[in-house]
Design a protein around this ligand. Structure first.
Ligand SMILES: *Cc1c(COP(=O)(O)O)cnc(C)c1O
Length: 348
């Protein structure tokens, strides 16, 4: 059977992915550099990403759930895989036979792993001020972790993308625990945390966003390259006259005669309505603005300066993450993870 044609695609740059990881690894100093590939590799495809990074030398991967771990393990060699959301009662049968490690976050999860883990190694998350996941400092000093086989003790920075005193406070709280918990490795920094300097790197770093081309802090500018390009096919080209409206609710009315291209791309593909009237496509060195509302499956752009563009041609949207974040009001993280499943994913 012929595979149906997909009029929307992501072009994924494997060399840029690896080069981003290498830069983050260098910035991590003597610490090992892992990779957060949760949420299907931030929407880009965890299996393809992990395979490329493992080949490049990455030895530590992080997913959120056991379902993500199960999906990813067949694509991993012998690199380590940690499951950040720990160990719910329902996870025990899967976790007991998986080679992935739970990241234990609560006293109940610790108790479960003592029972189910049979002495196998685990990771432990400590909360140092974010008040999201992790044991509190108090839990630990009470001897909760005694005798546990801990590979990596970790914590997570709340505001590493900003210059605030909280970063240093979290770092110091974490360092204070280093000799109190018998873990083989310590891990604190995400992408932004790596940019804060090797003081924050400890033994293992856990970047996500910057691997995929996100710029977490200005230190990464010029070093982190774009990994994903979004291309949509023109389904129709049309001419409109001054006074004509475009799209749902006629939010755009032309003040002159105009040329439009209607793209196979909409909010169901993660091109959310924040791009209405604000997003843009690339045409050579120029930009073609989005006009009117983004629909579920369609977006109109103005192609006045491009008479050569035809129905069936492909158009690249401007998905440079910092720019697109500005245009849409979405964070760089959201831009990646809302992408959806209707794209062809083409790696080079
Ligand atoms: C998602 C996540 C990361 C990666 O964070 P980025 O900001 O994307 O680099 C690291 N550690 C934990 C615990 C996470 O949940």
């Amino acid at each position: 059977m012929t595979r149906p044609h997909l009029p929307l695609r992501l072009r994924l740059d494997g060399a840029a992915l690896v080069s981003n990881w290498r830069w983050l690894a260098r910035m991590s100093g003597t610490a090992a550099c892992g990779a957060a590939v949760k949420a299907n590799g931030y929407g880009l495809g965890a299996a393809e990403i992990a395979a490329r990074l493992e080949e490049a030398g990455c030895r530590d991967f992080f997913v959120a759930t056991w379902a993500e771990a199960k999906a990813l393990l067949p694509s991993l060699g012998d690199a380590s895989l940690s499951v950040l959301h720990g160990l719910a009662a329902e996870d025990v049968p899967v976790a007991a036979t998986s080679r992935a490690r739970p990241v234990l976050n609560t006293p109940l999860q610790v108790a479960r792993w003592r029972e189910a883990g049979q002495g196998r190694s685990c990771d432990v998350m400590i909360d140092t001020g974010m008040n999201r996941l992790g044991l509190s400092l108090r839990d630990i000093t009470d001897g909760l972790l005694e005798g546990l086989n801990i590979e990596t003790l970790m914590s997570h920075l709340a505001s590493a993308d900003e210059d605030v005193p909280m970063n240093r406070a979290q770092r110091d709280a974490f360092a204070f625990l280093a000799d109190k918990v018998p873990a083989r490795r310590l891990s604190l920094a995400n992408s932004a945390g790596i940019c804060l300097g090797t003081d924050y790197a400890f033994d293992l770093t856990r970047p996500g966003l910057a691997l995929y081309g996100g710029i977490p802090r200005q230190e990464a500018e010029g070093h982190i390259g774009q990994v994903v390009r979004l291309e949509a096919q023109i389904i129709q080209r049309r001419s409109i006259s001054s006074g004509d409206a475009v799209g749902y609710n006629a939010t755009f009315v032309a003040d002159r005669d105009m040329e439009l291209a209607i793209l196979n791309l909409g909010y169901a593909d993660g091109y959310l309505r924040g791009f209405s009237g604000r997003g843009r496509a690339r045409i050579g060195e120029d930009f073609a603005p989005v006009v009117g509302r983004v629909s579920m499956d369609l977006t109109a752009i103005c192609v006045d300066g491009a008479p050569e563009l035809q129905e069936g041609d492909w158009i690249e949207l401007d998905l440079d993450l910092p720019n697109a974040s500005e245009q849409s009001g979405l964070s760089q993280y959201e831009l990646l993870t809302v992408m959806g499943n209707r794209h062809d994913r083409i790696w080079s």
